[in-house]
Ligand binder design. Structure first.
Ligand code: NAD
Ligand code: UDP
Length: 312
């Protein structure tokens, strides 16, 4: 028996495709909406034969009409090179996408989850970051189209909840990696693995002392679904990520070791406004979602390396 009918925007992307897969496995009917900017049909091609899966080409900046029980709003490019390609469009996707999905949720009385980001904390001055921290974002810098777009989306979600009683959930996702990241996506984990496997130079931006905390995709999706199903009056925002913190140099060395690659490490200029440190405090996720990550970086990297080898 079908449990729920669920809309996933950005469903053909990296995280979205894993989410669609999990929701189908749990017996739900899934409608995947995507404009294929950074996502691809190949990410969900294995789901197309499932009669409870539907793939629709649509841009979230335009209104969309459907009847569903729940909406996961993931549509938005996530890699800096992609979201900076057309910054105005990135802002429109976050802001108009949020308005359209909240308007839809209001009309059909659906529950709606927003994929927010650790980027709302910008280049954080407190460490690790808790949900209570307001962030340190440059509103006119190269990352602002993404950071500020996501911050406005949070504002919209909170106000639709207060003003219109919409059931909302906000997840602040920290750097997530795993199979189905696009090989040319530009994010650090995919870059380093692809470079190592091809024997190309490993490109560290800056000194490599900046830190990130990497969450394996299966853990992240588990946290996201738990949030959607959390108690009615818990809206978030809630951090979901793996607190294991690594410098980019440590990550490069680990990838070199696990791939047994002879690639050399080279240093390139640090992009403007690149955050120097990032680590989630996940006490709230532990308490409200009963969630914590289970897959350490070494194990997740092995699975991801295996994936990139398989598509070489
Ligand atoms: P991704 O680029 O692989 O996926 C984004 C998907 O959204 C793609 O399929 C893309 O084609 C689609 N999309 C973009 N603009 C659209 C539009 N206007 N209309 C319809 N579809 C559109 O990125 P991802 O890593 O899967 O990220 C998914 C979501 O999670 C994003 O909202 C991102 O901001 C958020 N997030 C991801 C991470 C991470 O580390 N992966 C971290 C924080 C937040
Ligand atoms: N980075 C790097 N080499 C690369 C790609 C990224 O050193 O080839 C660095 C980047 O400068 C940043 C970190 O890795 O400090 C994470 O970058 P990513 O784009 O994956 O995520 P974000 O900066 O959005 O957290």
């Amino acid at each position: 028996m079908i449990k729920k009918k669920i809309l996933v925007t950005g469903g053909a992307g990296f995280l979205g495709s894993h989410l669609c897969e999990r929701l189908l496995k749990e017996g739900n009917e899934v409608v995947c909406l995507d404009n294929f900017f950074t996502g691809q049909k190949s990410n969900v091609v294995h789901l197309l034969s499932n009669p409870y899966f539907e793939l629709i080409r649509h841009d979230v900046t335009m209104p969309f009409f459907i009847e569903v029980d729940e909406i996961y709003n993931l549509a938005c490019p996530a890699s800096p090179i992609h979201y900076q390609y057309n910054p105005i469009k990135t802002v429109k996707t976050s802001v108009m996408g949020a308005i359209n999905m909240l308007g839809l949720a209001k009309r059909i009385k659906a529950k709606v989850l927003q994929a927010s980001t650790s980027e709302v904390y910008g280049d954080p001055e407190i460490h690790p970051q808790t949900e209570a921290y307001w962030g340190h974002v440059n509103p006119i810098g190269p990352r602002s189209c993404y950071d500020e777009g996501k911050r406005v989306a949070e504002t919209l979600f909170v106000n639709y909840h207060k003003q219109n009683d919409i059931r909302i959930k906000i997840i602040r996702i920290f750097n997530t990696y795993g199979p189905r990241m696009h090989p040319n996506d530009g994010r650090v984990v995919s870059n380093f693995i692809v470079q190592a496997l091809k024997g190309e130079d490993i490109t560290i931006y800056g000194t490599g002392s900046q830190t990130r905390s990497f969450c394996y995709v299966d853990d992240l999706i588990d946290g996201m679904i738990r949030l959607m199903n959390s108690r009615e009056d818990f809206t978030g925002p809630v951090n979901v990520g793996n607190p294991g913190e690594f410098t980019m140099l440590e990550l490069a060395e680990l990838v070199l070791k696990l791939t047994q690659s002879k690639s050399k490490i080279v240093y390139m200029p640090l992009p403007a406004d690149d955050p120097t440190q990032r680590q989630p405090n996940i006490d709230l996720a532990r308490k409200e979602l009963g969630w914590e990550p289970t897959i350490p970086l070494v194990e997740g990297l092995k699975k991801t390396i295996h994936y990139f080898r398989s598509i070489e």
